[in-house]
Design a protein around this ligand. Structure first.
Ligand SMILES: [Mn+2]
Length: 322
């Protein structure tokens, strides 16, 4: 889709349902809530759909009490999927409804793998962008949709979240331009920083301690990994959804080129988050049926703990071989 086709589609809609990927992060929520405001500015009604995690620092930034969980496709003339292009990474509760919906528009920045399916023919995907919130800032600016301070704060949270405060290698001139623009539109930058990065709970500290104790290395220290089982999480009184704060920590270690953050969903089901300093993480994630970006991707697999412990050795070999 061209930008003007995107604009036409959203301007025509009266009732819009907004979706993002499971376990929404600041970019997912930022894109949905900013889009909701944009739609309201030209008279359309929009609802944000999400299965929210337990209360967290994200509640400080986004009005998460307003998210809806029961989706009836007939009530909407347009569904917009933000920060996600594939139905398999949407909460299963919403998938049937989406498949029956009148029209789906996708706005995303994830790389589409050769064997992956985009959920609609109406898509606007820019994989070179760091965040969906970066894409939306550009679109709103070009479409002359006013970015209010509230919208700027949502978009800023997404930009800061997906670049990890301009740390990741998805940094570009446009990221910095976007940051400047949002700042000018009144984004409450310090408030977002405090909420995202200066609000560590004692429980989180306990998790950090366990994380350091569990760290293991392979391939002469070039690959690091941790495994958190459901038993570990119960002991720490931590919800699996809170682990994402640690996904990018292992590749910060000197000499580590790639990392696997492995967490157990149930007895035969694990989630693996892959991070690299530049190596292609998708070599492993695409092979395992997942997706994402070169330096940050993820997949889920049906394995038991002993199998996972063996598999991580072969993933480590695959990811570092040139
Ligand atoms: Mn994103």
């Amino acid at each position: 889709m061209t930008k003007s086709e995107v604009l036409k589609t959203i301007k025509k809609a009266k009732n819009v349902a907004l979706f993002a990927h499971k376990n929404p992060d600041p970019d997912a929520y930022g894109a949905m809530f900013a889009m909701r405001e944009a739609l309201a500015s030209f008279g359309a009604h929009a609802d944000v759909f999400a299965i929210r995690n337990e209360k967290s620092n994200l509640d400080l930034i986004f009005p998460l009490d307003e998210v809806k969980t029961k989706f009836n496709a007939e009530e909407y003339d347009l569904c917009i999927m933000l920060d996600i292009f594939a139905l398999k990474r949407i909460n299963p509760e919403f998938v049937d409804g989406l498949q029956n919906s009148e029209k789906i528009l996708i706005i995303d920045h994830h790389h589409v793998g050769s064997d992956e399916k985009v959920a609609s023919e109406n898509f606007f995907i820019e994989p070179e962008k760091s965040a969906t919130c970066e894409i939306l800032t550009d679109l709103f600016t070009e479409f002359k949709i006013e970015i209010t301070p509230k919208m700027a704060t949502y978009l800023w949270a997404g930009l800061i979240g997906d670049t990890d405060r301009f740390l990741h290698n998805n940094l570009s001139k446009n990221v910095l331009k976007t940051a400047c623009a949002l700042f000018e539109h009144g984004a409450d930058a310090q408030f977002v920083y405090d909420a995202l990065f200066r609000s560590v709970s004692m429980r989180q500290l306990g998790l950090n301690k366990a994380f350091i104790n569990k760290l293991k290395f392979l391939e002469d220290g070039k690959v690091g990994y941790v495994i958190f089982t459901t038993k570990d999480l119960k002991k720490l009184d931590i919800d699996r959804d809170n682990l994402y704060t640690l996904y990018a920590e292992i590749v910060k270690i000197q000499g580590v080129e790639a990392s696997f953050f492995i967490s157990q969903i149930d007895e035969k089901h694990f989630k693996v988050s892959v991070r690299t300093k530049g190596l292609d993480s998708l070599k492993v994630s695409h092979k395992m049926g997942g997706g994402g970006h070169t330096c940050a991707s993820a997949f889920e697999c049906n394995m038991r703990l002993p199998e996972i412990k063996r598999a991580v050795h072969s993933w480590a070999k695959t990811i570092i071989e040139k």
